[in-house]
Design a protein around this ligand. Structure first.
Ligand code: SIN
Length: 535
């Protein structure tokens, strides 16, 4: 397998962090307190799902709230697959990590009483911190990126694409191979510990809320290196994504409903109230299915957010959304806002323990690319930024306190591979096919068909052995690999649970509660019993 040219450029750093969303920035800052960190990102320091997060960060800070309630809401949304110990860690350590963010200079919105908290779907209390109304992720990313940029002990490489995680002869992570766009060549980075914080995977789908960089690169590279992946069948669709033919999709935050907007059909009739006691503020999967049911009944492509009762509050509290709507030609003060569900957040990913440690020694994962067990079958709104800071902190501190130095000088799994060039039309075709098979409604026949198509695509991409020529299609290969794993897990889970809905198995199968699918490139998929998921 060792297939690297002798003259390949090699650099060594104590720690390597890949990805510059909240998890990557926070891990880099924590690790740099110890030794120098190389922070690598695919585009710029600000291109991440974190940057685009509107709603906020869920955390127990108010006297009306309790940690037990936040745990209960998280487990309820997770539909029987959350890992209770990880959820406890998330909720209990969350307030301290959020105070650290505030101490670093992140400015969350306040009123005379102090920090202002809002509510989102699935939350039984007001517990969502936000910044500049609906630009929470932007405020966090800008603040941390500025600190990172000023630190001499954090070296930043932008425009650098992850190719492979490299292992030594003992199977321990030893670094990673990248394609550095500026140099137009691969570079091997050797490090004592590797943190994957490569973010989300929304670009697997045609309709999504994620930036272009969200192509599941970390999940694919970790899988090729032999790491275990879990919960791949669970991809969360956000219920209210702006939809207008010929206009880019964008999120209309759940907090807009938390502040009073209601979901209606073309006739202005409310349809969520009969479906769940929390109505529009039910967990996301419930609202998505409510919308799909209404779309099927009405034969329309969109439902609407009626914000008329909010009056000026929409513009004042959600300035970013308000301006985007006006740019798209919709005046929400007098018109209803057309919305439909779109792919938003990947619950599945690289299996880690509660210290972000993967099944490969020396390889850590945190943020959306990881599967810590906190989200189960459906993530509770605004728990993701909290997960990113809590688990990146834990991973960094585990690394700082461990001896990860590899004893072996050999890389066993590193080979350069030339991938076929993928055109944007091919990518579009794959997105359409995958969206048909693997979005909110799935069934055996379309899943099987999609798996076969994806297998053929993967073979096409990797069909040319040898050194890299055109490397920039790596993310297309990654997306096909991860799509195939999602489709395979979705086929395996013969029930409907959380974000996973099978038309041919529309009910929850109680015998599958706390049973999770784990994949590894070393072996077949296994069903793992999650003994900590007790509600
Ligand atoms: C939103 O603002 O609705 C998104 C928040 C999230 O995905 O957690």
């Amino acid at each position: 397998m060792l297939n690297l040219p002798d003259n390949i450029e090699r650099v060594t750093y104590p720690y390597l962090v890949i990805g510059a969303g909240l998890a990557g920035l926070n891990a880099a800052l924590e690790l740099a307190a110890n030794k120098t960190v190389l922070l690598v990102c695919k585009e710029g320091l600000l291109e991440s799902n974190t940057f685009y997060a509107q709603g906020g960060i869920a955390v127990v800070l108010s006297r009306e709230d309790t940690k037990e309630l936040h745990i209960k809401d998280t487990l309820n949304a997770g539909a029987g697959l959350c890992h209770l110990d990880s959820v406890r860690t998330l909720v209990e350590e969350g307030p301290t990590r959020v105070r650290e963010l505030i101490n670093r200079g992140v400015f969350f919105d306040r009123d005379e009483q102090g920090l202002t908290l809002t509510r989102e779907g699935g939350h039984s209390r007001q517990r969502i911190l936000h910044a500049q109304g609906d630009a929470t992720g932007r405020e966090i990313a800008l603040c941390l990126a500025e600190i990172v940029f000023k630190r001499e002990d954090i070296i930043v490489w932008t425009q650098t694409e992850l190719l492979e995680i490299v292992l030594d002869a003992e199977g321990q992570a030893k670094g990673a191979l990248f394609y550095v766009k500026e140099k137009q060549k691969p570079v091997l980075v050797i490090a004592e510990a590797v943190v994957l914080a490569t973010g989300g995977a929304g670009q697997l789908y045609l309709n999504n809320t994620n930036p272009k960089v969200a192509t599941a690169d970390g999940v694919a590279a970790a899988y090729r290196a032999g790491a275990k992946l879990m919960d791949m069948e669970f991809f969360q669709f956000h219920p209210t994504v702006f939809y207008k033919q010929g206009w880019p999709r964008f999120l209309v935050s759940e907090a807009v409903r938390g502040e009073g907007a209601i979901l209606v059909n073309k006739q202005g009739e409310r349809f969520m109230s009969g479906l769940h006691p929390l109505g529009e503020l039910a967990p996301r999967d419930v609202v998505v299915r409510g919308i799909l049911k209404e779309l099927k009944r009405s034969k329309e492509q969109v439902v609407y957010l009626d914000t008329s009762t909010m009056k000026r509050k929409l513009a004042d509290r959600f300035p970013k959304i308000y301006n985007m709507l006006r740019q798209a030609g919709v005046n929400p003060e007098v018109e209803m806002v057309p919305v439909a569900p779109a792919a938003h957040y990947f619950m599945g990913g690289i299996l880690t323990d509660s210290y972000g440690e993967t099944s490969i020694p020396g390889l850590f994962a945190c943020g959306e690319t990881a599967c810590t067990g906190v989200h189960g079958a459906n993530r509770l709104a605004s728990n993701s930024l909290l997960e990113a800071i809590v688990f990146s902190y834990r991973a960094a501190n585990k690394i700082k306190n461990s001896l990860w130095r590899s004893q072996s000088g050999f890389f066993v799994n590193t080979h350069l591979r030339k991938t076929n060039v993928v055109t944007t039309e091919t990518d579009l075709k794959q997105k359409v096919q995958f969206e048909l098979a693997c979005s909110t409604i799935r069934n055996k026949k379309t899943l099987q068909k999609n798996i076969l198509l994806l297998q053929a695509e993967i073979e096409t991409y990797t069909g040319i052995p040898g050194f890299y020529g055109e490397l920039l299609t790596q993310h297309y290969l990654n997306m096909s690999m991860v799509r195939r794993l999602i489709a395979m897990a979705a086929l395996q889970r013969e029930e409907s649970r959380g974000a996973h809905y099978r038309l041919d198995f529309p009910e929850v199968n109680e015998t599958l509660r706390m049973n999770q699918i784990v994949f590894s490139s070393k072996g077949e998929e296994v069903w793992a019993w999650n003994s900590t998921g007790l509600l």
